[in-house]
Design a protein around this ligand. Structure first.
Ligand SMILES: [Zn+2]
Length: 93
């Protein structure tokens, strides 16, 4: 299954997604950590995603990149589609 990411923003988000596990494990460099939190502050999608990952960790004890299933990524991208549809232009700045 091929996922279509409509906006340039999604590329940024995909990077953020890949940083989530490192972030939660405290494995990010300071710069990356700050960049990630900055992104989170502006991005509802990634905030929601992080919340999902945290919930997963609270159940399983930890999360590895392998735990980020295609289903989770699919749900994540689905969230974006909805936000883009509902809230376009809301968050400019
Ligand atoms: Zn994001």
């Amino acid at each position: 299954m091929r996922l279509r990411l409509p906006a340039r923003h999604s590329l940024v988000c995909q990077q953020a997604v890949e940083l989530v596990t490192d972030y939660l494990e405290g494995a990010l460099s300071r710069a990356d950590h700050r960049r990630f939190e900055k992104h989170l502050a502006r991005c509802t999608g990634c905030t929601e995603y992080l919340a999902q990952i945290r919930a997963t960790i609270s159940i399983t004890g930890r999360v590895t990149p392998d735990d980020l299933t295609e289903q989770m990524r699919g749900e994540f991208i689905d969230l974006y589609r909805r936000w883009q549809h509902e809230g376009a232009g809301e968050d400019q700045g």
